[in-house]
Design a protein around this ligand. Structure first.
Ligand code: NAD
Length: 281
């Protein structure tokens, strides 16, 4: 079984991006800039943002974190986004989710200029992705896609089963795999026989949020299994895939932690650089 090393793949991607940023700086005398807005003091969000900032600095991006208390008015956040939209030194804007209840997530997402939407959540980017046009792609599915391609560069005709239909993971993943000529089945909480669907798959992407849902006897030999889940349990962090069981059957599997997670952040940096490059043309 191939253990798909997301940490290593992310380090390699960061190294490539670092070279790219050096080249861009030499050519244009400026570097891509990422601004993250963090609202409130949720510990996981603070950790994510700290890691994003550290990685952005590591590859040479200009990075800034704007912190607001939980009580910040929605209007103030929207005004700040408008200001960042106009700021030429800012290539990408990310508002860390989740947001406090009084702030409308969709309004925030739609205020970010699509050309600076490094999360790929703006309806314009969602539409462009599903139409097969150039767009920002949500970081986690993009990371999954790059990991799959490392194991299997030619996905033509492969049967992919995606478990979970979220806007964040399952739906954009579908579009990325369709573009690669996979036959894609998207499953969800109302799917009648999830095991039977998974048993048909050459590629399984589990993005559900249920600890160890995908079992060993759901996976046929030669299947590539990507585990997006991050679930806190009494036994520590586990994915949506039963690692021990599935590793006995699968062709390749991502561990949790150390699989998809590190790629998510590296892809955020990639998206920031891509937004910068598009802004030059
Ligand atoms: P979500 O809650 O938005 O969506 C979950 C999806 O799973 C839904 O579409 C639902 O229909 C489906 N589902 C629920 N129960 C099911 C069942 N029994 N069978 C089949 N489908 C079922 O979740 P999300 O935001 O997509 O996140 C999914 C998981 O991925 C979570 O554990 C989250 O922490 C993790 N995550 C990881 C990363 C990363 O960087 N590794 C990033 C984002 C999310």
């Amino acid at each position: 079984m191939i253990l798909i090393d997301g940490k290593k793949a992310a380090a390699e991607l960061r190294e490539e991006l670092k070279h790219e940023v050096t080249g861009l700086k030499a050519k244009y005398n400026k570097v891509p800039g990422l601004t993250v807005i963090l609202i409130g003091d949720l510990t996981p969000s603070q950790i994510y943002v700290r890691n994003k900032e550290k990685s952005a600095n590591e590859v040479g991006l200009k990075s800034e974190v704007i912190k607001y208390p939980d009580s910040i008015e929605e209007k103030k956040v929207l005004e700040k986004i408008e200001e960042l939209n106009k700021d030429e030194t800012v290539s990408g804007i990310l508002v860390q989710l989740p947001l406090p209840k009084h702030i409308d997530k969709q309004k925030v997402i739609e205020t970010i200029l699509p050309s600076k939407d490094v999360d790929g959540f703006h309806p314009m980017n969602v539409g462009n992705l599903s139409s097969g046009y150039e767009s920002s792609v949500p970081c986690t599915p993009l990371g999954c896609y790059l990991l799959i391609k490392k194991v299997e560069p030619n996905l033509n005709g492969k049967k992919a089963v995606i478990v979970g239909r979220s806007n964040l993971n399952g739906k954009p993943m579908t579009q990325l795999l369709l573009k690669e000529n996979c036959t894609v089945t998207i499953t969800h909480s109302k799917t009648k026989d999830l095991k039977a669907e998974c048993l048909e798959a050459d590629i399984i992407i589990a993005a559900v949020g249920i600890p160890e849902l995908v079992r060993g006897d759901w996976v046929k030999k030669d299947t590539i299994v990507i585990d997006v889940g991050i679930n806190k349990t009494d036994n520590g962090i586990v994915g949506d895939v039963h690692f021990d069981e599935v590793s006995k059957n699968a062709k390749a599997l991502t561990p949790v932690p150390g699989g998809v997670g590190p790629m998510t952040i590296a892809c955020l940096l990639k998206n920031t650089i891509d937004c910068f490059k598009r802004s030059l043309s």
